[in-house]
Design a protein around this ligand. Structure first.
Ligand code: LFR
Length: 485
């Protein structure tokens, strides 16, 4: 039986990786070819992505992937959402892509809402309010020389695909995070764009996961040592779409998922968007997934809170810190891990301490105490998102799947099971890369439908099960402490 090798480029907010997935009729193996840091740079203009170093990491990774696999049958690219590069009429990149944590969008939403009210915007696009949605970024850049000059806008994975193949497109799952897509028609919301003076002509034609995205250019083959032709396949290029595709739900299961990493994205896979006023008030988003599905979820600050603390503490040993955190009494103080106040980088331990003090709770002091506070707070936010999603979508679940980097944090998984009062199945950790690989394999005819993809993951990847401990009263009480404010 044929076994094929797929290279999955998966770029996260703090690191990028190129993985090699080997897929056979009943086998799936994943090997890391290359991992590299993604370090945003604070320039005089603001916080920027170092896109050239990311592209160099992709090329290095493809070279190693070729050495690991012998032959690469296809390449797919996914990354974080919402951010983009602008190209001039010659196809040259105009400046470094702006980081979604940059402050340029402060106060912009209110101006947008003066033209298209927030409730109307939600009814048309189904997108949560987040200051960094592409729509607000474009509104912030309205008067900029770069935007005036730009002929083309490419979302990050589409930009890298363009550099690899010379072909420009706009992948739909990621496009759904721009706030310029109607989740019912799965096409552009032309009326919203025109009322806000956003030129949809900047975007290249939409393409969907599974669509071809060109062949590696001869120069790329030469630089990576790969033997052509090597096609690039469109995957769920929003990393969260790829990660949800890799949730190992075995069919018939009523599940919620939490994609963990820098963010926690907690919610449900639905057939249709939920566009009610209650859903808007709860700030749930309707992003698009594979095969016309809707990713109905909430953005929670996620392990960003811990990453920023670790950075402030000079990167202490994590395993030891987590052991110490496990010994700190539970739920002494919690913060609202959904609060956009934690979005910007810097001073994280102090900001967490301030939030505890302001809500009249004991102030965590040692790194172990602060870590415990963060993990309790994340589990609590997971509980709240999953409870509310079920009610708002009228879609009850029996199990919570945790995928992504947070699956390596056993304490977080156990606390999430406890808080939700539901069993947690944790894994795979490299969900986005696996979803990326399997969409390529599906396009190549090696796996069947979405259920078959998920069953293959469930059969081949190590998963850990956590049963809920105790009752959920303590979590309810902790939630009440936050909402009473
Ligand atoms: C996760 C993620 C989230 C998105 C955030 C910003 O990596 O893609 O889904 O809201 O990053 O792009």
């Amino acid at each position: 039986a044929p076994v094929k090798s797929y290279a999955a480029v998966d770029l996260g907010a703090s690191s990028g990786r190129v993985m090699v997935g080997r897929v056979g009729p009943d086998s799936l193996g994943l090997t890391e070819a290359h991992r590299f840091p993604n370090r945003p740079v604070r320039t005089p203009e603001g916080l920027r992505w170092d896109i050239l170093s990311l592209y160099a990491g992709v090329l290095d990774g493809l070279r190693t992937a070729g050495q690991v696999a012998g032959q690469v049958d296809s390449v797919g690219i996914d990354s974080w959402a919402v951010d983009y590069g602008l190209l001039d009429a010659d196809g040259a990149l105009l400046g470094n892509p702006v980081h979604y944590r940059d402050t340029r969008t402060e106060g912009v939403a209110e101006k947008v809402w003066a033209t298209v009210p927030a409730d109307e915007l939600y009814a048309r696009t189904g997108l949560q309010y987040a200051p960094f949605n592409t729509l607000y970024q474009l509104a912030a850049a309205r008067e900029s020389a770069q935007l005036a000059y730009a002929e083309r806008l490419l979302l990050i994975p589409d930009l890298l695909t363009y550099w690899l193949t010379g072909e420009a497109g706009t992948e739909l799952t990621n496009a759904s995070t721009t706030q310029l897509i109607d989740p019912r028609t799965r096409d552009w919301a032309h009326d919203v764009a025109s009322r806000l003076g956003i030129d949809l002509g900047l975007f290249a034609p939409l393409r969907r996961p599974g669509d071809p995205a060109g062949l590696l250019r001869p120069e790329v083959l030469e630089e990576t040592g790969l033997t052509g032709p090597v096609p690039v396949t469109t995957v769920g290029s929003h990393d969260t779409a790829s990660a949800v595709a890799a949730v190992p739900a075995t069919g018939g299961e009523r599940f919620a998922y939490i994609c963990t990493g820098t963010w926690s994205l907690a919610g449900l896979e639905l057939d249709a968007p939920v566009l009610t006023e209650a859903s808007r008030a709860a700030n749930f988003t309707n992003e698009l997934g594979l095969d016309g599905t809707v990713r109905y979820l909430r953005n929670i600050m996620g392990l960003w809170l811990l990453q920023e603390c670790l950075r402030a503490w000079g990167d202490p040993e994590l395993t030891e810190l987590l052991h110490a955190a496990a010994d700190v009494p539970a739920l002494r103080s919690v913060v609202d891990a959904g609060d956009a106040a934690f979005l910007a980088p810097g001073r994280m331990p102090a900001r967490i301490a301030d939030a505890c003090r302001d809500s009249g709770q004991p102030v965590p002091e040692s790194p172990a105490e602060i870590t415990r506070c963060i993990l309790d707070s994340l589990a609590l936010a997971h509980r709240r998102a999953i409870t509310e999603a079920q009610a708002l979508a009228d879609h009850p679940v029996d199990v919570v799947h945790i995928v992504g980097g947070g699956t390596r944090n056993a304490l977080l998984c156990q606390l999430t099971a406890d808080a939700c009062g539901l069993p947690v199945v944790a894994g795979p950790a490299e969900a986005a890369a696996l979803g990326n690989v399997l969409v390529q394999a599906r396009a190549g005819g090696l796996v069947g439908d979405r259920t078959a993809m998920r069953q293959l993951i469930a059969r081949t990847q190590p998963l850990e099960r956590y049963e809920p401990r105790g009752d959920t009263a303590a979590w309810r009480a902790a939630q009440a402490r936050l909402t009473a404010r």
